[in-house]
Design a protein. Structure first.
Lengths: 316, 323
């Protein structure tokens, strides 16, 4: 082959460097560049990105300087102290514990759980959906029956039961328990797209080019459904913040002595707090709203940059 | 010995129905066809859409699960996956797809697309792989700046040429071309076909050329098989098919080739209507009671037609008288 190619093509090894330089000049911009251009074109998303990055960095670093057990000690003298009094920036709750510090540690815990949960459940769900959709037939049948079984289990009840019977649970075990139940939605969404994607000719072309099944799944099909993956992952991240918060609000999330956004919002259970001591629950609620909105803005931009026809950013 | 021998190939798809989802019937996409492809020649497979020609092509390249029959290559039956693997079959047999856009992965650069078969079968080092890709692009008439672009940045004709470059990358012996130009406009069709012919001359490649366009097939192919409803109705050389068609289905297909000569429009129309009339009247004679073609009967050493014995004898005789 090499000989006949050399005979029929004017290009030889000597031209390689010049030509590849030429090609580099004509190359389409890298995907990081495209995403950045897209952010520059969408100001609200840029603001959202700054909020998320700054907030997460602040929370992660600031939480290191807070002595949580000491902070969570009850201090009867500062019962529901108003914001600004006695050095309480955002006031204190019924136990006299500072809201501001609780907010920092709580946000770190909640975001950490949401991230861990998103990474584990999305990775598993995406792999499950891709494999099930690509191989089809008997494998698909078996995998989907497992899915059906998992869907059938009453999720919230199972989590509450598990949290109750596991004695010493913390943020990590809680994340793992959630992960068992939160991969299903993703998996079926991905499966349906994979089913249609694996019928396309480029998959057949990859097969005739001798590429193996798993390489086709993860390096040919997966990049092609990436916009779906990104949207689903960002949305489920925003949703997963809510999962932990909701359960902690009901009293089955993190243990009492570990602050989280959910335990802070749970302060709103008390009518007294709602009417008089707004500082005990409002900051956490606002934080969740702002965070979830920002995440979905960022997700939209990333999705647009993954799909050439939706881009708003300048080409360069 | 032929390059590829297809014997009694059948591809049936089950139809499931009823409460237990049992197999109640089947669609016979390909229903017992046999032909041989010689080294270095272009074999045309012609038929209307739904006649099973694409399924045949996919079976030959190993993408379709074959119900029964055999496809022999180098003395081995490649309908079995293990044989395909041990022969490195797709190193020697490649495919050009009809839809150039969907057959190129939209997320991969041209370099990665063309290098894909090279990476799997030839394991070259980085520089010689890139050189090979550049040479392949040059052969199909594309510049080096195509290297880092994505498929959507090219026109249909350019994309199909990229598809051709990928198919010839490993220097295969046979390329299945599944309607390679039917999605392109006429000037681009000629361009792509001429590139394919040029590559065939230079690398001595065989093509299994699947098409419904008899004009294109006439330009490309030495031997032609006409397919109808999953069966072959007529096989022969270009001369046999175009100048001495025997089966009414072939005659009907030939009458359907559009004629650009405007001054004779009325005559062509009359001729087409006459062929259609004959087809309607004599349909029962040429097809069995299920509406399927008969087994092939040999007329001359190169020419076979699917006819009942008696009719074949009669037509053969008439042909001799005419000659």
């Amino acid at each position: 082959m090499e000989e006949s190619l050399n005979r029929h093509s004017k290009i030889s090894a000597a031209d390689l460097e010049r030509l590849s330089k030429e090609a580099k000049g004509e190359a389409t911009p890298s995907s990081a560049r495209i995403v950045w251009n897209e952010f520059k074109a969408d100001k609200p998303a840029m603001v959202a990105l700054v909020i998320i990055v700054a907030f997460i960095l602040f929370v992660m670093i600031a939480a290191l300087f807070i002595d949580t057990p000491k902070m969570m000690e009850t201090d009867i003298m500062n019962y529901n102290a108003a914001p600004g009094t006695n050095g309480f920036i955002l006031g204190a709750d019924t136990g006299g514990r500072p809201i501001f510090q609780q907010l920092i540690v709580g946000a770190r815990n909640s975001i950490g759980i949401a991230m861990g949960l998103t990474v584990i459940s999305s990775t598993f769900g995406i792999c499950w959906g891709l494999i099930s959709g690509y191989f089809n037939g008997l494998i698909d049948w078996g995998m989907q029956r497992v899915y059906d079984f998992m869907m059938m289990l009453p999720m919230t009840m199972m989590i509450i039961v598990l949290v109750t019977i596991i004695k010493n649970y913390n943020a990590i075990t809680l994340t793992l328990i959630f992960s068992v139940f939160y991969w299903e939605g993703t998996s079926r969404l991905i499966r349906s797209r994979t089913l249609s994607e694996s019928e396309k000719d480029y998959v057949a072309a990859a097969k005739t080019s001798g590429t193996g099944n798993f390489k086709i799944i993860f390096s040919e099909i997966m990049p092609n459904i990436s916009s779906l993956l990104i949207v689903d992952t960002t949305l489920s991240f925003a949703e997963n913040i809510g999962v932990e918060t909701g359960l902690s609000y009901l009293g089955f999330g993190l243990p009492m002595h570990t602050p989280s956004l959910g335990t802070l919002i749970a302060n709103a259970n008390d009518p007294n707090n709602i009417t008089q001591y707004w500082w005990t629950w409002l900051p956490a609620a606002l934080l969740i709203i702002i965070l979830c909105l920002s995440i979905s803005y960022v997700g939209q931009v990333v999705r647009r940059s993954a799909d050439a026809s939706q881009r708003q950013g300048a080409a360069d | 010995m032929s390059l590829v021998e297809i014997k009694n190939l059948k591809v049936h798809y089950p139809i499931r129905s009823g409460f237990f989802n049992r197999i109640t019937d089947s669609v016979n996409a390909v229903d017992g066809i046999s032909f041989n492809i010689e080294a270095g020649e272009t074999y045309g497979l012609v038929g209307e859409s739904g006649s099973g020609k694409s399924t045949t092509g996919k079976s030959v390249v190993g993408l379709e699960k074959v119900t029964s029959g055999s496809i022999m290559y180098k003395g081995k039956d490649i309908t079995k996956k293990a044989n395909r693997k041990s022969l490195d079959y797709n190193h020697d047999v490649q495919m050009i797809f009809q839809d150039s856009l969907s057959s190129l992965n939209p997320r991969k650069r041209i370099e990665d697309i063309i290098a894909e078969p090279l990476r799997n079968f030839e394991h070259l080092d980085k520089d010689s792989e890139k050189l090979r890709v550049l040479q392949l692009l040059d052969i199909v008439g594309l510049d080096a700046d195509a290297l880092y672009k994505y498929p959507h940045q090219f026109s249909g004709g350019q994309r199909q040429r990229i598809g051709v470059a990928r198919a010839v990358a490993t220097n295969p012996k046979l390329i299945i071309a599944d309607e390679p130009v039917s999605a392109l406009d006429l000037s681009v069709q000629a361009q792509v076909l001429n590139f394919m012919k040029k590559i065939q001359r230079e690398f001595n490649i065989s093509y299994l050329f699947i098409s419904h366009d008899l004009g294109v097939v006439r330009h490309m192919c030495n031997n032609i098989a006409i397919m109808n409803n999953g069966r072959l109705v007529e096989i022969g050389t270009r001369d046999d098919i175009y100048n001495h068609p025997m089966h009414i289905y072939t005659k009907r297909l030939l009458a359907a080739i559009p004629e650009t000569n405007v001054s004779q429009r009325a005559e062509h129309r009359a001729q087409r209507l006459a062929v259609e009339e004959v087809y309607r009247e004599q349909q029962d004679k040429y097809y069995d009671k299920d509406g399927l073609a008969y087994p092939l009967v040999q007329i001359t050493p190169t020419h076979s037609v699917a006819l009942p014995e008696a009719l074949a004898e009669q037509l053969k005789h008439e042909g001799e008288v005419q000659a």
